[in-house]
Design a protein around this ligand. Sequence first.
Ligand SMILES: [Zn+2]
Length: 72
Amino acid sequence: MSAPMRCPNCGSDVLDVHDYESMIVVTSDHALFTVRCACGTRVSSLRTIPLDMREDVQFAAIEVGAGMGRER
Ligand SMILES: [Zn+2]
């Protein structure tokens, strides 16, 4: 599951990883997402990569030779 991220500044908990400003892929299904809140605060959190984003992530990883998303 991918629970909403909470902004420590304004308390908003509707930050969506789909709106990420940056994403650092840690494993094939987890990434450190940075999302900018409406109040301007950047919130970073290690999150499960949503299923609907994994295909794009794997494609991007293959493109840059990141060593993930390979067929076994
Ligand atoms: Zn905020």
